[in-house]
Design a protein around this ligand. Structure first.
Ligand code: NAD
Ligand code: UDP
Length: 313
């Protein structure tokens, strides 16, 4: 069998667990590395009796040596609540994690993919955002540990590529949602669904007119796997996201509609540096990966609501 040995850092997290599952289903051997800061064994417990799945407790700020063909580097808290909880650790995770994984890829001549983010565009002045846009990021604000950490990781990836010929891939992920999001992590989709299901007030930050584009996790994983399979001359960065753009008020009303909840909307202060609008230009992904998202927000929310309904009971 033509299976590969693949390391997934952050594999016990929301996206990482779906990726591990997908790679195992394709017949690969998967090493899942995590320090369980925001991830959980519950996300991968169903994979544990697969002999081709291995779990490693490790923190990516420390070097790690293992023999693999490919590395997906996802380790990093992704929700504002969690990445701001220990900002210094967040930036160390992005920067030192990138250096450690790039060093490993260099030694092994392995491919390495970085889970970057639409946050590299900050509060964008160009809309929708193409990969050629350099962004509008505050380097000293409360989101900077994440945004600048991820920007620095991209820099490192490009420098290892130019200087050492490391086989790199960069994907810029736009807001992704789905089953196995941490119900406590404060992101908008999980917050609204959990609040609606519990009959609690729905917390709209600011006036709710800010926009985001939400992609369902299966579409995201498909894009990552396709990106890894491109030939070495294509490094990215490439945007992966769903171009459907919604205000937070629209999202809240859709969640109320789909859950049949009687929760009320309440308005709370907008956190500082919260981007006003965000929507990916996915022209490059269509061209290079022959990919576009298939799951519309309403359908993805139904599956996500089902998941939260089950775990909250
Ligand atoms: P998540 O918090 O569920 O997953 C991150 C995983 O990394 C967790 O399992 C966590 O325990 C682990 N981790 C954190 N710090 C670590 C460290 N120092 N060493 C080892 N493991 C560590 O978040 P997610 O949504 O699954 O995000 C996965 C990746 O995708 C992240 O790199 C994130 O920045 C990126 N991303 C996600 C989104 C999104 O909307 N979900 C958007 C853009 C980018
Ligand atoms: N948001 C909100 N209510 C919440 C959580 C978030 O209105 O309970 C808003 C938040 O201010 C932001 C958007 O939803 O404008 C997306 O927030 P999230 O933390 O999910 O992701 P990010 O800001 O990193 O895109």
């Amino acid at each position: 069998m033509n299976h590969k040995k693949i390391l997934v850092t952050g594999g016990a997290g929301f996206i990482g667990s779906h990726l591990c599952e997908r790679l195992l289903n394709e017949g690969n051997e998967v090493l899942c590395l995590d320090n369980y800061f925001t991830g959980s064994k519950d996300n991968i417990v169903h994979l544990l009796d697969n002999p081709y799945f291995e779990l490693i407790r490790h923190d990516v700020v420390h070097p790690f040596h293992v023999d693999v063909d490919e590395i997906y580097n996802l380790a990093c808290p992704a929700s504002p609540v969690h990445y701001q909880y220990n900002a210094i650790k967040t930036i160390k995770t992005s920067v030192m994690g990138a250096i450690n994984m790039l060093g490993l890829a260099k030694r092994l001549k392995a491919k390495v993919l970085q889970a970057s983010t639409s946050e590299v565009y900050g509060d964008p002045h160009v809309h929708p955002q193409p990969e050629s846009y350099w962004g509008n990021v505050n380097p000293i604000g409360i989101r900077s540990c994440y945004d600048e950490g991820k920007r620095c990781a991209e820099t490192l990836f490009m420098d290892y590529y130019r200087q050492n010929g490391v086989r790199i891939k960069i994907v810029r992920i736009f807001n992704t949602y789905g089953p196995r999001m941490n119900p406590e992590d404060g992101r908008v989709v999980s917050n609204f669904i959990v609040q609606a299901l519990k009959g609690e007030d729905i917390t709209i930050y600011g006036d709710g007119t800010q926009t985001r584009s939400f992609q369902y996790v299966d579409d995201m994983v498909e894009a990552m796997v396709r990106m890894m399979a491109t030939d070495d001359s294509f490094t990215g960065p490439v945007n992966t996201g769903n171009p459907g753009e919604f205000t937070m008020l629209e999202l809240a009303n859709l969640v109320l509609d789909l859950t049949g909840s009687k929760s009320k909307l309440i308005f709370m202060p907008l956190p500082s540096d919260d981007p006003r609008q965000r929507r990916p230009d996915i022209t490059l992904a269509k061209e290079k990966l022959n990919w576009e998202p298939k799951i519309q927000l309403r359908d993805g929310l139904v599956k996500t609501i089902e998941y939260f309904d089950k775990i909250l009971k």
